[in-house]
Write a protein of this length. Structure first.
Length: 59
């Protein structure tokens, strides 16, 4: 399954899984770059793809 959305700074996407919620918010840095702000319960682990794929101990 895939979801492709356009979002503006300040807008969020909510991910719900087994009564747990993660928010993904688009934020703009002072230099104008768009960033993602991820907020979730302590049970969520967030990884950049290159870190996740390069670390066999977390798979």
């Amino acid at each position: 399954m895939a979801l492709v959305l356009g979002r503006k700074p300040g807008e969020k996407i909510i991910i719900e899984h087994k009564d747990e919620i993660c928010e993904v918010e688009v934020v703009k840095s002072p230099d104008g770059h768009l960033r993602l702000k991820l907020t979730g319960d302590k049970s969520f682990n967030f990884y950049r793809e290159e870190v996740f794929k390069g670390n066999d101990s977390i798979k």
